[in-house]
Design a protein around this ligand. Structure first.
Ligand code: ADP
Length: 627
């Protein structure tokens, strides 16, 4: 039996496998099962198209057996099989261009990073992660002779004649110390379920089961009997590969509940077969309740990548953009290579086409639901408004669509409104979308600023989500209408009455402003006269248009930049018609003015839900003033 030398690239790959892939050994089984499934695909195809094999009939199946004493594991299929030449070409060189590219793509650095590589397959040779010797006995369909390929995964292999009753291949692994555990029924069952559940052909597992018979032996001990069993392990359902019209609603829902351990039906699902430049299938589910951990940093997205029905990964943040992390389901590509690595996935054109197509599809379905099924959309928004807002921030390409999808609370309607309906309700001459941000809806709704907007018939969006501030500032406008925060200076002028004030009034006002500025000193950036507060409110805090809002400052602090962040001073907008302000206007007692001004400023903070900087001082001043 002559020994043959592996081609150098195979030796390279074997080295790589043996030295760096140990972290994720278990994928070898997925690879071998996938090869078996491909071999069956090929024979099925040829039995329909090939002159010689036309009409060849067989019952496709994959069979897995093991010997836990001898530590062997055999994966058999009745697919196309290989003749001597095939064995040399396919297992003596790297036949698959995918594998070759994968190997070439691995820079020296990446080779060291075994964790990354270990996530993905390297085909047949991955058997050497768990085996000290691999034997392949194969008979090609339509041939009489079978051949045996053997190798210890070093630098050589051998091919010799062998026996096999019918077409197909048996891949027998002589497990090494690290792989010995795989000659075990439960291990195998778990791995088949995990990676190969949706392989289209039945995968049988053979095992021996001991049980006690009803009889006793001469010494009165129960008699054991060993029964040889063969059981199909995979569900072979791959629901998504079937045509939409053949799948019942119930089946979609069952599939979801069985695969995503959710006891509730999904809110809705979206099943798409995409054809054209890239061919892929997606089946996406929107859970009825947002996953409880979706805001945790270590949240695992719920979309799994398959390549031709073989499970590849669910731990890839690249499959869908982060903001769509609540989506569960499957992406199954016909075009990606099985051994696609994480680095390759990130830069892969096919993957990015799939990703872009999937996002577009999801968003356009959301939009359809928003337009045609408001009740369902309301449920959807109650769970996923916030992630959509994250999308506004992060997904520039789809911003227009996302702006139609997000919803806001508002002073004009119960529940939520879209920006489109805000725009429709706008008064003639209104030139901006007004909003107010803060952390508590009830505080915002009671803001002294709102009253005059209501009076003028201007609707104000109530933005109480912690990311609203960042998002709205970033997005800037909706259909050329600017967003304007009413608690910032930029919105103030819109509310000014057109009729000019008299010179005398102006003089009085600037004297009042000076008094207050002097009293408050460094605590404020500026003091301005309000034209939009009702007489029962003395003052409000507004922020300079170019400064972060109070809400935003809170977030920035939480994000850790707090220490270095320079203090942002507020602007105090005062109402000259209010009694407290009038008292300041009329007084000449500096100490009294200082005390009153300080209380007014602190009160304005409290109205925003913010604690005064020095609460004890505030209480002292109030007590003194009232006492
Ligand atoms: P890939 O599957 O990516 O092509 P592999 O290294 O896994 O790469 O396999 C190399 C080749 O060996 C396959 O392309 C196929 O032609 C052949 N092969 C592997 N396993 C089988 C099998 N069970 N039956 C028939 N051919 C096989």
């Amino acid at each position: 039996m002559g020994k043959k030398q592996f081609k150098t690239e195979v030796s390279d790959l074997l080295n790589l496998i043996i030295h760096s892939l140990y972290s994720n050994r278990e994928i070898f089984l997925r690879e071998l099962i996938s090869n078996a499934s491909d071999a069956i695909d090929k024979l099925k195809y040829l039995s329909l198209t090939d002159e010689k094999l036309k009409g060849f009939s067989f019952e496709p199946c994959i069979n897995i057996s093991f010997d836990s004493d001898k530590k062997t594991l055999t994966i058999s299929d009745n697919g196309i099989g290989m003749d001597e030449e095939d064995l040399n070409n396919n297992l003596g060189t790297i036949a698959s261009s995918g594998t070759r590219k994968f190997l070439e793509g691995l820079k020296d650095d990446a080779r060291k990073d075994s964790n990354l590589i270990g996530q993905f397959g390297v085909g047949f040779y991955s058997a050497f992660m768990v085996a000290k010797k691999v034997e392949v006995v194969s008979r090609k369909a339509g041939e009489e002779t079978a051949f045996r390929w053997e190798s210890e995964g070093k630098s050589t292999y051998s091919v010799s004649e062998a026996q096999r009753d019918s077409q197909g291949s048996d891949i027998t692994l002589y497990l090494n110390d690290d792989g010995a555990d795989y000659a075990n029924r439960w291990q195998l069952e778990t791995l088949i379920k995990k990676y190969s559940d949706h392989i289209a052909y039945p995968i049988y597992l053979e095992y021996d089961q001991e049980h006690y018979k009803d009889e006793k032996d001469s010494e009165g001990n129960p008699v054991k009997e060993v029964e040889h069993k063969r059981e199909q392990i995979n569900s072979a359902s791959a629901l998504w590969t079937r045509s939409k019209s053949s799948i019942k609603d119930e089946e979609y829902k069952e599939f979801y509940k069985n695969n995503y351990s959710d006891s509730e039906d999904p809110l809705f699902y979206i099943h798409t077969h995409a054809e054209g430049a890239t061919e892929y299938t997606t089946l996406f589910y929107i859970p009825a309740k947002a996953p409880f951990d979706m805001y945790y940093a270590d949240y695992r997205p719920g979309v799994k990548l398959y390549v031709k029905r073989v499970y590849i990964t669910d731990d890839d943040k690249e499959l869908l953009p982060t903001y769509l992390r609540f989506v569960r389901g499957i992406i199954d590509s016909e075009d990606l290579p099985l051994n696609v690595s994480r680095e390759i996935l990130q830069e892969n054109r096919i993957m990015s086409a799939i990703r872009n197509g999937s996002v577009k599809k999801l968003l356009s379905e959301f939009k359809k639901i928003a337009d045609n099924n408001p009740e369902l959309y309301e449920k959807f928004i109650s769970q996923y408004n916030r992630p959509l807002k994250e999308g506004l921030y992060g997904d520039y390409a789809n911003r227009e669509t996302l702006l139609e999808l997000v919803r806001y609370k508002s002073t004009a309607v119960e529940g939520y409104t879209s920006l489109a309906s805000y725009k429709e309700r706008m008064k003639d001459g209104q030139s901006a979308i007004y909003y107010i941000t803060g952390s508590k809806e009830n505080i915002l709704r009671n803001s002294p600023l709102l009253a005059s907007y209501k009076e003028k018939g201007y609707e104000v969006l109530i933005m109480d989500d912690d990311i609203d501030d960042i998002v709205t500032e970033m997005v800037h406008e909706y259909k050329e209408l600017p967003f304007k925060a009413i608690n910032k200076t930029g919105a103030m002028d819109d509310m000014k009455d057109k009729d000019e004030k008299s010179e005398e009034e102006k003089k009085e006002e600037s004297a009042l402003v000076e008094k207050l500025k002097k009293a408050l000193g460094e605590r404020v950036k500026d003091v301005v006269i309000s034209s939009r507060l009702s007489s029962d409110s003395a003052a409000v805090i507004v922020m300079d248009e170019n400064d972060p809002s109070l809400q935003m400052q809170k977030i920035l602090k939480q994000m850790g930049g707090g220490e270095e962040m320079p203090e942002v001073k507020p602007i105090l907008e005062v109402n000259p018609e209010n009694g407290m302000i009038k008292k300041i206007d009329q007084s000449t007692d500096d100490a009294y003015i200082a005390s009153l001004a300080s209380v007014i400023l602190d009160q304005a903070f409290i109205a925003e839900g913010i604690m005064p900087k020095d609460p004890a001082a505030f209480v002292r001043e109030v007590t003194r003033l009232l006492g």
